[in-house]
Design a protein around this ligand. Structure first.
Ligand code: GDP
Ligand code: GDP
Length: 436
């Protein structure tokens, strides 16, 4: 699992600026959903051979109530679960009461907390830092997020105890079968589905993992074929009936996504789609993981409600239309078995290998069907394509002036490759390179 870095601090100290700087490298990849823009609160980044996940906790100002308090609650949960907490303060504003209030929250997590003084550009460093010693959170580290000053050194230092790892790599181990992760917001029916998938009697048979973030693995078989169910808060929760409301944990969800080969994202037909569903789906997309969508609680719904849900999915989940869609009832077991062929297909698609010849010939057919546009009087040329990786599949297209390829044309190519290669259930990524 990537180490998780949580950015904490009151509004305006520079969290999003640092967040953008730390996650910027990802934009090098053209995902196959141009047009998908939404505020990101989480992102992945890399420094040298190390990768990490960053969460902008956003929500704390130090004196919240009402809705703010609920948001702050989510932020505090993220702080608890993160491996590294960067507590940001603003050198220009100096130390203010809200900083002290947040510092009080952080004191229990002092060991992993780094005090980061931002906006020190153009200031005399010693005096800019002096105030912040009082917070009692150790040495203040001076940065200027907007200019990148000291940022690399800081991240290098905070990541020092963590091993090198390949970004987002799906687990290599398939000897025990395809690893399935069941994700979704609270109450959509994850544990009910997990129990269905496993058969009731198996659920009690597992060891409590060492730490809260270790994944639980439950091997099982279906029709002689092995699978492994990874984590799911749902299974764990059953152990303690008195633990009432499950706090929704983004970090645990990210871990579950990372630990599986195929994610089953559960939606709730009764409550419809909500913002949190879209955010979660966004996490799956950026992680590149194979995906199956299960719309649960389909039992006993009026035709009208069904139509409404279908329309809503079509309208709002268009960006995830690569995923196979199932309408199920985890409670009654209806259509749950149908998930397996989709899981198998998504896994196979994600791990496909295609020859350069095959990909180049698909590219050439696509190009002769629809020429790329002219740029400054010269036609964009696309010459060859090869596979740059799998899980998710990466197709690298070589040509001239590829930086000028319009999104619409990229979309056309993406769709063509997907259709011809019959890729279902996994995102695909495309890189366009110019030159030889
Ligand atoms: P957030 O509310 O904590 O996410 O803060 P933002 O990242 O939105 O930054 C708030 C303001 O501070 C913006 O106007 C940034 O341009 C500015 N800012 C961020 N980092 C620096 C910095 O290193 N130096 C200076 N001078 N300004 C910065
Ligand atoms: P989780 O928080 O996502 O693990 O959700 P649970 O599995 O605990 O389910 C939440 C509630 O939804 C429980 O009361 C379940 O009985 C109910 N539920 C789960 N699946 C279904 C379903 O397919 N149909 C209906 N009607 N209710 C369901």
């Amino acid at each position: 699992m990537n180490p998780v870095i949580a950015l904490v601090g009151r509004p305006n100290v520079g969290k999003s600026t640092l967040f953008n700087r730390l996650t910027r490298s990802r934009d090098a990849l053209v995902a196959d959903f141009p047009g998908l823009t939404r505020d990101r609160k989480y992102g992945n980044g890399a420094l040298g051979d190390k990768t990490y996940t960053v969460i902008d906790t956003g929500g704390i100002s130090g004196d919240e109530d009402g809705i703010d308090a609920a948001m702050a609650e989510q932020s505090l949960l993220a702080i608890d679960e993160a491996d590294i907490v960067l507590f940001m303060v603003d050198a220009r504003a100096g130390l203010i009461a809200a900083d002290e209030a947040i510092a009080n929250h952080l004191r229990v997590n002092q060991k992993k907390t780094w005090l980061v003084v931002n906006k020190t550009d153009g200031l005399e460093e010693h005096s800019a830092m002096a105030d912040f010693w009082q917070l009692g959170l150790g040495d203040p580290h001076s940065i200027a997020a907007a200019h990148g000053r000291n940022v690399t050194a800081l991240i290098d230092e905070v990541l020092a105890p963590f091993p090198e790892r390949e970004e987002n790599a799906a687990p290599a181990d398939i000897s025990n079968g395809i690893r399935i992760g069941v994700i979704g917001r609270p109450n959509v029916g994850k544990s009910t589905l997990v129990n269905r998938l496993l058969g009731e009697e198996r659920v009690v048979v597992f060891d409590e993992a060492g730490t809260t973030r270790d994944a639980i693995e439950i091997p099982f078989e279906r029709r002689g074929k092995p699978y492994v169910l990874v984590d799911t808060a749902g299974v764990r929760r059953r152990k303690n009936v008195r633990e009432i409301a499950e706090k929704f944990s983004i970090i645990k969800t990210l871990d579950a996504i990372k630990e599986c080969h195929v994610a089953i994202m559960v939606l709730d037909a009764r409550s419809g789609l909500v913002e949190q569903d879209l955010h979660l789906l966004d996490y799956v997309l950026t992680s590149g993981r194979a995906l199956v969508l299960a719309v649960n609680k389909w039992d006993g719904l009026e035709a009208e409600a069904k139509d409404k849900m279908r329309a809503e999915i079509k309208r709002r989940l268009g960006f995830a239309d690569y995923a196979e869609l199932h309408f199920i009832s985890a409670l009654h077991g209806t259509a749950v078995g149908d998930l397996y062929p989709s899981i198998d297909r998504a896994f196979a698609s994600a791990n496909s290998h295609w020859s350069t010849n095959r990909l180049t010939s698909i590219l050439q057919d696509a190009v002769s069907e629809h020429q790329p546009p002219l740029v400054h009087g010269r036609r964009i040329k696309l010459r060859m394509a090869h596979q740059g990786g799998s899980n998710p599949p990466i197709i690298v297209v070589h040509g001239n002036q590829t930086a000028s390829l319009p999104d619409a044309y990229k979309r056309y190519l993406t769709n063509t490759f997907r259709k011809v290669l019959k890729v279902r259930g996994t995102p695909m990524r495309f890189e366009f390179r110019s030159g030889k």
